[in-house]
Design a protein around this ligand. Sequence first.
Ligand code: DGJ
Length: 730
Amino acid sequence: MGIYINKEDKTYTLTTNNSMYQIKVDKYGILEHTYYGEKMDYMDMSYSVKCEGASFSPTFAGAERWEDSYNHKAQELSCAGIGDFRLTAVGVRNTDGSFGCEPRFVSYEIKEGKYSLNGLPAFYGDNAQTLIVTLKDKVYDIYFHLYYGVFEEYDLITRSLIIENKTEGKINLEKAMTLTLDLPASKTYDMLYFHGRHTRERMMERATIKHSQLTVESMRGASSHMENPFVVVCDKNANEEYGNTWGIGLVYSGNFKISAEKNLQEKTRIVAGINPENFNYEVLPNDSFVCPEVAMIYSNSGFAQMSNNFHKAIRNNLCRGQYKNAQRPVLINNWEGTYFNFNADKLVAMAKDAKELGVELFVMDDGWFGKRDDDHSGLGDWTPNEKKLQGTLSSLAKRINDLDMKFGIWFEPECISEDSDLYRAHPDYAFKMPSRVPQTSRNQYVLDFSRSEVVDNIYNQLVNVLDNANISYVKWDFNRHITDLYSVALPAERQGEVYHRYILGLYSLLERITTKYPNILFESCSGGGGRFDMGMLHYMPQVWTSDNSDAIDRLKIQYGTSFAYPVSTMGAHVSTCPNHQNARITPLKTRGNVAYFGTYGLELDVTKMTSEEKEEIKRQIKEFKKYYELIQRGDYYRLISPFTPEESLHCVWETVKPDGTEALVCAVRYETDACTAPEYARVKGLIKDKWYRINGSEEKYLGSALMNTGFKLDYIFDIYPSKLYHITLA
Ligand code: DGJ
């Protein structure tokens, strides 16, 4: 059904396979949000958002009832400054200095296909429809264009907002968040969010949305390891397979904020968008501001359905380029194998051994350029260090290619070391405040990408490298967050634009580079998973999930990441033991099994492995390839959480063919106990009345039995054991 407009009711109803979203122009011309939830037959749902009385809520001018207050209305676009004291999305400082806007309906338009956003990443595709609703302030010529994208098959509804200044003076946006969402009914909801830190990203936490604000945000200039720009709002009793669930993610990589609160009418409001702190954007006459996209997926049956829809939408309609759905090469990265201590001969020796195991791509990480033997210097000078490379970069690429392997390379284009030629020539290229000594983080500064000449300089340097050697893969790293924010290119009163302009500069560089090199596989990284967001995924189809590749810590990291992001986007490597991040020793098999549910690669010095270990890696690469399609494109289910050791000693997950004919379950025992009770895993997505075998077993199991009672997990007498269970039709 897509977009349905009922002219009599003045409702706009967006319908997907399982969800419905409705807005309505009320008698005052205010755009109300009347419904977002389970799909149903058409009905004007405005009865459910009628303004009820409450004192200390001002009545807006021209209202027929005293209860009609901006403070009660379920507004589709909430503005600050005009009597809505709840969470609001937009704050406009008008030319005359007054603060506030009262948007009223002007017009609408429907378009086939999905809208795109100038300069910002967004979902795309012909398999969608677009609705644009235009509002205008009651007084000033300030227009608000609300954009909606409807992807029926994924239950995905996207939203963006363009604020256009048609007045004769400049206006200032003091807040330009994209989303206001008033959830239906006076209910109490929970929020799942994904916090963390370096080497411990996307730890799932669950909290109840109460009357004080519940906020996840970043003010680090990047989406960050600490919070992810994605939340799940759900019924209090919702779980993987039950309950109203709304997944809400931002297609943005910079400072963000997602806040929720229960307000005075006991309704839950959510706002999401660019973080308003240290944000102030000047919009000149006839100019406009584009707010980043918000992606929302509703499920009436819990988290798994929501996650699977995000996975498909991200894979097919957010990621781009030839690799978005293609099989990625198995890679080896030298970082943990050598750190900065390598030369070409060492790399070639590693590549040679790796090739014999079935590895297809060799990635040279940090340290190949400028003066860079540790992390104190060199960033900004993207000139190969020919002494270390024992020749040109091209000659090293050739040595790797001669082994019948692809060659890849690491960059950190957004940062600069004080000890670099670029800094000596252009100290103003780095963010620094006029009279303060700038702070370092990992001994480096961040480049002012709000300036096009800085972006151009780095673009030219990257092109120079990429044009002069046969490079098939790029790892794009970013190893600090932004402090000392100040751009010499903008006047004092416009410094509040810099954070966002930085991200626009980054996106413009990514767009140019990825367009120029369509055959290169790009992997995003930010000290591991510090910028794992839908914005970066529009340019690069995979992200280094975490610098922590310990198989047991990864259970929680990959579990949390999977709520929004598909397996195909999660960079996952087998590394050495004791693990470099936490000193844990785990079986090589378990490290492999966990990395299968990501991109699978190696991050160790393969020349130091025993022949037994090498045989195991050889076996893993074969096994990974055998299951590649099933793992990467199957439906993904979190069966047993790694956060509940009191319920199970295992973390278990599954990928199943959408037609239910084949599944692969992975179980990792992360806790140990003596005399354990038998544990069962209940599988999902099989065909109820078909018979299955597990790992070719003699016994046959009915699909219903495997889904209702489950199968018994093998007890393996080892530390951190794991096992794959391949479930096939009998
Ligand atoms: C941080 C990344 O996450 C690592 O994998 C590695 O590339 C280092 N940076 C290199 O400096």
